[in-house]
Design a protein around this ligand. Structure first.
Ligand code: AMP
Length: 432
């Protein structure tokens, strides 16, 4: 295994990396840093959680430090789809670059532009931006990119998903032709492949962590449960004091709000982050979650994209995603940079097809936890299928523990909930 010293990093960066507690470069860092230091273009197929940010931030800092350009224009631009990611990348530049004397700043929409503009006026070496606000400030004349040397397009596929690709192309049109370009994308749909071809010059290709292997180091389990009982099962599993931080995923913003409401009613403290929340509310929830003041964060996929919590122990898929790759992104929030993590999924009758797709993608069968208070029994599963998965009223998802139809009770305190959450029993043989 290589050390950071073997990557020929300068002392101010080596010190900073050490201060972060990193002992060795991750595979993407090992492969990207040397070619980027040579000034080459890079096409990186990698997702967050692989150490991607440092893989580009470290060489950018070193190149700019060594050049000591005299102009005071923006020398490097990192374009990223979400505010949360932008903030995290900015923090990473702060951490790795604290001894380099290079300045960095972040701009994103949804907040006043005034403080952002006043920082830009003082001159910024490295700018991290989301596309909309960047274009806005370019159009108002506050940002000029004519002296740019290194451009990073981060999460290009996500830009496409979020409808930003047009803005991204507009930004690219404003960059000097002579520059170094880094292009990162977790997947390569044709439109993204074409964009990469059009802006990269003879790039070195680095591909890290095929989706299936990300899933391998995470302890996964699935609970079959009726949609209406998910909140009770979640509250029950959350009684496990071993769960220090839990990120709970829903498919929709409305769903996220509903889970928070239900959890609060059931006595848990939780908050949601998604696009409808104000920037301040999102930032507060995220900060509380990172510091441990908030134990449970409920998020939609897009909002969670930039969440980077070092010690995230548990991910709950309260609702399974309808796109199998999303499952891998979700569970990849835990078990980061080699740490182990736990991912627990709830699957109701309607979601069995999603589960099948996921298991196919990760080439693994996710072990089923059969012992829990709100088991979806086989007969009801069938009924669920006929009724598109939801049996109303007393229609029969049984609380196996006491033989009653389960209602709005939260009385199950018996047994060791950890048993259910961390030690999945047996492999799933159920296929729909
Ligand atoms: P990223 O893929 O950039 O989102 O990084 C994922 C996580 O890995 C972040 O929490 C980083 O702080 C951490 N990380 C990055 N590089 C290393 C490294 N070489 N050793 C240990 N942790 C790292």
């Amino acid at each position: 295994m290589l050390s950071f010293e073997q990557l020929n990093l300068i002392e101010p960066i080596l010190e900073a990396v050490k201060a972060e507690g990193y002992t060795n470069p991750t595979p993407i860092q090992e492969q990207s840093i040397p070619v980027l230091l040579e000034g080459k273009d890079l096409l990186g197929c990698a997702q967050t959680g692989t150490g991607k940010t440092a893989a580009f931030a470290i060489p950018i800092l070193q190149l700019l430090y060594n050049k000591k350009s005299s102009h005071n224009g923006i020398k490097s631009l990192i374009l990223t789809p979400t505010r949360e990611l932008a903030i995290q990348i900015d923090e990473s530049f702060g951490a790795y670059g604290k001894k380099t004397g290079l300045s960095h700043s972040v701009i994103f929409g949804g907040v006043s532009q005034v403080p952002q503009v006043s920082i830009l006026r003082r001159g910024v070496d490295i700018l991290i931006a989301t596309p909309g606000r960047l274009l806005d400030l370019i159009q108002q004349g506050y940002i000029k990119l004519n002296q740019l040397e290194i451009f990073v397009l981060d999460e290009a596929d996500r830009m496409l998903d979020m409808g930003f690709i047009h803005d991204v192309k507009k930004v690219i049109a404003k960059l000097p032709a002579k520059r170094q370009t880094l292009f990162f994308s977790a997947t390569m749909p044709p439109e993204i492949g074409q964009l990469a071809n059009s802006i990269l010059n003879n790039p070195v290709k680095v591909e890290i962590t095929p989706v299936s292997s990300t899933a391998e180091k995470i302890e996964q389990s699935v609970y079959y449960v009726d949609k209406g009982n998910k909140k009770l099962l979640l509250a029950h599993l959350l009684q496990d004091a071993g769960i220090k931080t839990a990120l709970v995923f829903t498919r929709t913003k409305h769903g996220a709000d509903k889970v928070v409401k239900d959890l609060i009613k059931l006595g848990e403290n939780a908050a949601a982050i998604h696009g409808n929340k104000s920037q301040n509310a999102r930032q507060k929830a995220l900060t509380d979650f990172k510091t441990g003041a908030l134990r449970i964060l409920v998020a939609t996929d897009i909002a969670a994209r930039g969440i980077d919590v070092d010690q995230l122990s548990h991910v709950f898929n309260y609702e399974l995603p309808n796109i199998a790759e999303t499952y891998v992104h979700r569970i990849g929030r835990t078990g980061r940079a080699g740490a182990s993590g736990i991912a627990i999924s709830f699957c109701d009758g309607e979601e069995k097809a999603y589960l099948k797709d996921i298991q196919k993608l990760i080439a693994q069968s996710i072990p089923e936890v059969k012992e829990h208070p709100w088991v979806l029994t086989f007969a009801e599963e069938k009924a669920g299928k006929q009724n598109s998965g939801s049996v109303k009223g007393g229609g029969g998802f049984r609380d196996r523990r006491n033989g009653n139809n389960s209602g709005e009770r939260r009385s199950f305190r018996g047994g060791d909930p950890r048993r259910h959450s961390t030690a999945p029993a047996g492999r799933s043989r159920r296929e729909s």
